[in-house]
Design a protein around this ligand. Structure first.
Ligand code: FAD
Length: 410
């Protein structure tokens, strides 16, 4: 293999470049990215950048040592796969032939109907533009009480804006962790002086506010939409890669190709070892959970490229991490590890009113996932137990006076 292209210059892209070089790949390496910037971190955008504490989140990479050709501000527009391996990426900078391809095109925010202005938060430009509008007294309406919505509400309230968050579900974070547990975070909004309106569906973004599905209207100076993202897949239409919610891959991030013989719908005909996909755009097979996961979190974009690069270089490697995520909202550190949808039940660890608590999801004595609030030590210890699959005593793990690690069955 002597010509590798990485499409997408987010964290997944830069980590793929670094991993390829650190694993000894000496050939040509080109990074094509639609953004004009060198890869930068997105988590601070909704935190320190909005707050005005940081303006630059560029990933610290040694580009001279990496010897990668950077095509910044250029977009991949199509992929043509050669039957025997390799192919061509059509880009706004011309056609680029490759032997190996890493797809790390991430995701883009979903926007809502209507011709009024709406902010989304994905790029550094988005963050700077929104920051400039978060001035004292501005009426800011945030659509979506998910992770991003809560973080934007935190920053806007701190700047003295009059903040309303509207959420279609009956609780914050309902899609992410279920409404029962999400509801435990609802008091945080009121404490921060943010009005939270749940069960409210938005019909359209209009000039000066938004129209609600029930015929109502909310006036706003600024509307921020944080209702989720969709993987960037448009440029892969017609490529033959199997696309579902994301690019379908196996546990080694080899991409699935559409089958020309009828089989199970959504199952690949084969996997291409010369084309790998990572980060927010990849729907990868998790042996741990026996299903495909599409994980839109920083930790996966950080670590998955190691495996993808090894795969591309013909080494045996598989990714089997339990997902990890954090969010900083209303002065609290919220962390999550594992995958709770597979769990049978959950137990509370500590009192949510205490400001320091956790939820543990269990199947029998297996700890499937944990959500912690202001309890990084619990998170760290639980993450180890989840990763190792160590059985736990459910009564002990529910006791906040006992360290999580002591819940492990010996
Ligand atoms: P991206 O970062 O989306 O990078 C993809 C790159 O590819 C982009 O530069 C894009 O422009 C480019 N691209 C797209 N299409 C093309 C094309 N056709 N041709 C060329 N280039 C293309 N995660 C956490 O775990 N904790 C957090 O607290 C957290 N906070 C976040 C806050 C914000 C505001 C955002 C937006 C995300 C946050 N995340 C957080 C999620 C995390 O940042 C993402 O999971 C991570 O950025 C994914 O990296 P990626 O490289 O897969 O994709």
């Amino acid at each position: 293999m002597d010509s590798v292209i990485v499409v997408g210059g987010g964290l997944g892209g830069v980590r793929a470049v670094e991993a390829l070089r650190s694993k000894g790949y000496e050939g040509e390496l080109t990074l094509v990215s639609a953004e004009r910037h060198r890869p930068y971190d997105r988590p601070p955008l909704s935190k320190a950048v909005l707050a005005g504490d940081r303006d630059d989140t560029t990933v610290d990479a040694d580009w001279d040592r990496l010897r990668a050709r950077l095509l910044l501000g250029e977009r991949a527009t199509a992929l043509r796969l050669a039957p025997g391996g390799g192919g061509t990426v059509a880009t706004t900078a011309g056609d680029l032939a490759f032997d190996g391809l890493v797809i790390a095109t991430g995701a883009r925010p979903i926007t809502l109907p209507g011709d009024g202005p709406q902010h989304v938060l994905r790029t550094i430009e988005d963050a700077r533009a929104l920051r400039a509008r978060l001035t004292g007294g501005a009426r800011v309406v945030i659509v979506g009480a998910g992770w991003i919505g809560a973080e934007v509400a935190t920053a806007a309230a701190k700047k003295g804006c009059a903040v309303t968050v509207v959420e279609a579900a009956d609780a914050p974070l309902a899609n992410a962790i279920g409404s029962g547990i999400g509801a435990l975070t609802a008091p945080w909004y009121a404490e921060a002086g943010v009005e939270l309106r749940t069960g409210v569906k938005v019909a359209a973004i209009e000039h000066g506010g938004l129209a609600l599905a029930d015929g109502g209207r909310i006036e706003a100076d600024e509307v921020v939409v944080g209702v989720g993202v969709r993987p960037e897949l448009g440029w892969l239409d017609g490529s033959g890669l199997l696309l579902e919610r994301g690019i379908v891959t196996d546990a080694s991030f080899r991409t699935g190709v559409e089958s020309d013989t009828p089989g199970e719908p959504g199952e690949p005909g084969a996997y291409r070892p010369d084309v790998v996909a990572v980060g927010d755009c990849a729907s990868w097979w998790s042996a741990r959970y026996g299903r495909r996961l599409l994980v839109e979190h920083w930790d996966t974009a950080l670590n998955a490229p190691e495996v993808a690069a090894a795969t591309l270089l013909g080494q045996e490697a598989a990714y089997d991490a339990a997902p990890y995520f954090w969010s900083e909202q209303f002065g609290r550190m919220v962390q999550y590890a594992g995958h709770h949808p597979v769990a049978e039940r959950h137990v509370l660890r500590g009192d949510p009113a205490s400001g320091k608590w956790a939820v543990c999801w269990l199947t029998g004595e297996r700890l499937e996932a944990i959500l912690t609030v202001n309890s990084p030590r619990d998170l760290m210890q639980a993450r180890r137990l989840i990763t190792a699959g160590t059985p736990v005593d459910p009564a002990v793990i529910a006791d906040p006076e006992v360290p999580v690690r002591q819940a492990a069955r010996s």
